[in-house]
Design a protein around this ligand. Structure first.
Ligand code: IPT
Length: 966
């Protein structure tokens, strides 16, 4: 094997489109013989021989990522996760001698139809393989996520064919495939034998454009036989190369993904394919699809499966794309390689705008000042251009693809320009994308990742800084702007999505963005005693790794939505519904580019503490694409308004679609307010001195600590001031272990170690009646910064009110995590009901999906099981009732937030995986008066100033609040 070659694959056929012909295909997926060796030197010789005895080899399914299979794990294979850094020395084109080799063998018989000519196709082998059929070397595959086809016409026989693949984990081309994901070698996509006699069609190129109601169709057919192309639905029959203009064609868009079945027929075969009429153009810094400006509400999608690695069953792909559609996502960037072809078929059918990205990333060279970066070294150019050629040819017939991307994070270099030119020469009908060269001189979109809101706004206004090369400036200023990655969905968050969406809505040049990323890449793993968890970097003993940075998705590895996805659905809503404060009108903004609202129905419902008490439908909501209208709400809805009530207007699908059923909620709008805060009590019972402590109505305080120990029979420990939280990934910042950002400041200031000392405890008797005033000084070890917390307690005999006043002194880090009060409760409280925002979590800059209303949940249900545990589960309320213990306890106040957990915050912070969290038998309740936002600093900008909790800015109502317990 030549593992240090920088050349393209060897022995492969020229690339072509993928299509299905009546001539037939045979899948060679299935059980293959498999043998793993630790290095090429240790790998067995002679395996290509037909009579090689592989009877003592293991078996492995093909396709597979071998590191996830016991047959390989037993021999030392393991997943490796690195983000930017290469796990081996940067010594191109060489790779380490320790280079796992997976030998694969399959014997197969085949049918008559393959004997007059056939092609063998590998859809993806990571990283490189030598392939033999019946003892003869066919060639070498390179380019893990691109197909390689070999002509096997001269070798195939009806029975006893022996196919051998020697797969190496590392080769020179590993330097081109440094994507932020697990390194997972194997034959991970399908292997197929395809009947292709000389007379068969070699390639097909469908050109189907659309403008102003007219479709234009031309199909190039590479065939030695005459062919005809028929689109029955349009009554069209044309010859290859002939152009027809068609009236009354429905264009293809993500909103209305109309496809027409086409048949291409020759004397020997029939090919069926689907055509979508779609033209993409850049006009006045906007992207027009079929003449309409489009906003891309996208996500980055990697391919990962928690049990199978890079093998994703089609049913999983289908359900995840449906899930995307159900969450108002209309665009996918196939980060950072061409996806399994099924994805593109489904994107055509379900309706997504796709950026198809080439299998290329050389990010790790950046750690060495980009020395010897392959995209800048001439000897790599043929391989890079060939990769682009293979992607464009494989995927050129998909209407969903509006844009070709050269790759990701490769710095700059002339080979990228050569790739762009190559793509344009094959297919001038789509845009070209590459983010890494900010001058953007050879691309059609100005693309950036993680740019901050203020910079994006400048770009929207066209007043951004000049390009590095002044000659490129005019070109870039004429380009639409896209965020190929933004808002990093790692752990709790991302915060601040709304602010980006507002910019996309406001500035035509800002054509949208792609959230990083759709999916977490956890690997399902079990402890010795059988408990399940998702593993991340380092969990397989990798000496070099990037920890949980691989866990950064809107859905978990098994496609369970995280709160970020629920929020994104609201942020990406295609229709905006605004209910007037007095419930009299509804303002509807149709944010679709093409669709009216006929496919939706609208209903309203009014709810108060007793539940839903009035509801109805809204007839005739007709607002054209891009328009806005204000309609009167039905008089019954307006009349339903009263204190403590909420009106919700909901837009739902009026009938079943390919991705959701009739009734599926698209979005909603609300007005009203659940529950007014109960008025604080006036003190009319005196303090009693008892053996157990100081009693004030139902509250009993420990005289030595000043803490509440019993409330109406419930065993309580609190309140304790809490200004910290279990750091979120966004608090930790991008470099989790070294350059901690916000949470680093907390750690240095020891906010997690704050403890209170009772300063004074005294009785008062003033205009507001009798009460107990307790001042506690909170401080951290080693430092002289204090928060003096004074709580004045009063009771009417049944309830108590705590009036809290904080006073900060000393020097503080730039942010606090929260201003909260902690309580721990014994006695089995395990259910919470609240009036406020729900049902999901909400922080100052997240929780766009949280709605006004009345909610209840078990403590279990309140937890978000992040793979690496961290602060989660906060909800805003005016009134909160705990039950399941002795007597119900109710807390009320002006808007506060609460989090309730079966473990302490310290335990939450220390846990590395969700299974490290074990309930300790108490309910840990934090009542927050203020909290710092979440931001998206795990990769990108931190919390926006409006959502930061800066101690220097705290005043008045930030430091004074009231809570009533009953
Ligand atoms: C950016 C990468 O393009 C992407 O693959 C992923 O690693 C993401 O970051 C973080 O999860 S690159 C980053 C250094 C801006």
């Amino acid at each position: 094997m030549d593992l240090s070659s920088v050349e393209p694959g060897v022995g492969t056929l020229p690339p072509r489109a993928r299509f299905r012909s009546s001539l037939g295909e045979q899948s060679l997926n299935g059980d293959w013989r498999f043998r793993l060796s630790p290095s090429l030197a240790a790998a067995p010789a002679g395996i290509e021989a037909e009579d090689y005895d592989d009877s003592d080899w293991d078996r492995i399914p093909v396709p597979s990522s071998w590191s996830l299979h016991d047959v390989a794990r037993r021999h030392g294979a393991a997943p490796i996760y690195t983000n930017v850094q290469f796990p081996f020395p940067l010594d191109p084109p060489f790779v380490p001698d320790e280079n796992p080799i997976g030998d694969h063998r399959l014997s197969f018989d085949t049918g008559e139809e393959f004997l007059s000519g056939a092609v063998l196709r590998f859809d993806g082998i990571d990283n490189t393989a030598d392939i033999w059929l019946n003892g003869e070397l066919l060639g070498t595959t390179r380019g893990s996520r691109l197909p390689s086809e070999f002509d096997v016409s001269h070798l195939l026989r009806p029975a006893g064919n022996v196919l051998v693949a020697r797969v190496a984990q590392w080769s020179a081309t590993s330097y081109l495939e440094d994507q932020d994901m697990w390194w997972l070698p194997g034959i991970f996509r399908d292997v197929t034998l395809i009947a292709r006699p000389d007379s068969a069609i070699r390639d097909l190129f469908v050109h189907a454009g659309y403008s102003d109601g007219t479709g234009t169709l031309r199909v190039e057919v590479d065939s030695s036989l005459p062919a005809t192309i028929a689109v029955d639905e349009l009554g069209v029959e044309i010859a290859p190369g002939q152009t027809v203009e068609l009236d009354h064609v429905t264009g293809w868009s993500a909103e209305e993904p109309k496809l027409y079945a086409a048949t291409i027929t020759t004397d020997v075969e029939q090919i069926t394919t689907k055509i979508g009429f779609r033209t993409v153009r850049v006009v006045d810094t906007q992207v027009l699809i079929n003449d309409r400006p489009v906003v891309f509400k996208g996500v980055n999608r990697h391919e990962h499966h928690p049990d199978l690695g890079r093998v994703i069953p089609r049913s999983v792909v289908e359900s995840e794309l449906r899930l995307m559609k159900q969450h108002n996502i209309n665009a996918i960037r196939t980060s950072h390689y061409p996806p399994h072809p099924d994805l593109l078929d489904l994107a055509d059918e379900l309706g997504f705008y796709v950026i198809d990205e080439c299998d290329l990333e050389t990010h790790g060279f950046g750690m060495n000042e980009w020395r010897r970066n392959p995209v800048a070294e001439p000897e790599w150019r043929p391989a890079l251009v060939e990769r682009m050629t293979r992607m464009v040819n494989r995927d050129k017939n998909h209407p969903s693809i509006f844009c070709w991307s050269l790759g990701n994070e490769c710095g700059t270099g002339d080979n990228l320009k050569a790739m762009a030119e190559t793509a344009r020469a094959i297919d001038g009908s789509r845009l070209i994308h590459y983010e890494g060269d900010w001058d953007s001189s050879y691309v059609d979109l100005y693309s950036r990742m993680y740019a901050a809101v203020d910079e994006v706004e400048k770009i929207g206004q066209g007043v951004e800084d000049q390009t590095t090369d002044p000659a490129a400036d005019a070109h870039r200023r004429a380009l639409p702007f896209i965020l190929c990655e933004y808002v990093h969905a790692m752990g709790n968050g991302p915060g601040g999505m709304t602010e980006y969406m507002e910019l996309f809505d406001k500035y035509p040049r800002l054509v949208g963005g792609f959230v990083w990323e759709w999916l977490e890449h956890g690997i399902r793993t079990h402890t010795d005693d059988g408990r399940e968890y998702f593993a991340y970097g380092g969990d397989f003993g990798e000496p070099v790794h990037d920890g949980n940075f691989v866990i950064d998705g809107l859905v978990s590895a098994d496609r369970e939505p995280r709160p970020g996805l629920i929020d994104l659905k609201k942020v990406y809503e295609p229709v905006k519904l605004e209910v007037a404060e007095d419930w009299s009108t509804l303002t509807v903004t149709n944010k679709y580019a093409f669709s009216g609202l006929d496919h939706l129905r609208f209903d309203w419902a009014a709810e108060d503490a007793e539940g839903r008490y009035a509801a109805g439908v809204l007839p005739g909501v007709a607002v054209g694409a891009g328009d806005r209208a204000t309609l009167a709400l039905p008089p019954e809805a307006t009349a339903a308004r009263h204190d403590g009530a909420v009106l919700t207007v909901t837009a739902r699908l009026a009938k079943d679609t390919a991705w959701a059923s009739e009734g599926h909620e698209i979005t909603w709008g609300q007005a009203g307010s659940p529950a007014a805060a109960a008025p604080p009590v006036t003190g009319d019972v005196p303090v009693e001195h008892t053996d157990a402590g100081l009693r004030l109505g139902p509250a009993l305080f420990d005289a030595a600590t000043g803490r509440l120990v019993d409330f109406g029979g419930a065993v309580v420990d609190g309140p304790r001031l809490n200004i910290w939280r279990a750091p979120t990934d966004n608090d930790n910042g991008m470099d989790h272990s070294v350059r901690r950002r916000v949470s680093g400041g907390w750690e240095r200031a020891r906010l997690d170690k704050f403890a209170g000392r009772l300063a004074t405890i005294a009785e008062v008797h003033d205009d507001a009646g009798p009460g107990l005033v307790i001042t506690t000084r909170y401080a951290a070890p080693s430092f002289d910064r204090f928060i003096d917390t004074t709580v004045t307690w009063r009771s009417d005999g049944r309830r108590v009110t705590a009036e809290v006043a904080l006073e900060l002194s000393g020097e503080w880090p730039p942010n606090l995590a929260r201003i909260g009060l902690d309580f721990a409760l014994d006695g089995g409280y395990d259910r919470l009901a609240w009036a406020g925002l729900g049902p999901g979590q909400q922080y100052p800059d997240t929780g766009q999906a949280a709605r006004l209303g009345y909610f209840s949940a078990s403590v279990d249900e309140l937890q978000v099981p992040y793979v690496r545990p961290q602060e989660n589960g906060s909800r805003q309320a005016k009134r909160l009732t705990l039950s399941g213990g002795g007597r119900d306890l109710t807390l009320s106040g002006d808007d506060f937030s609460f989090a309730a957990r079966p473990w302490s915050q310290a335990v939450l912070a220390a846990a590395e995986h969700a299974i490290d969290l074990e309930p300790d038998g108490r309910l840990h309740l934090t009542i927050d008066h203020r909290q710092q936002g979440i931001g998206t600093a795990s990769c990108g900008p931190g919390v926006l100033p409006a959502y930061a909790l800066d101690p220097a800015q705290l005043n008045g109502s930030d430091l004074n609040f009231t809570l009533t317990l009953e």
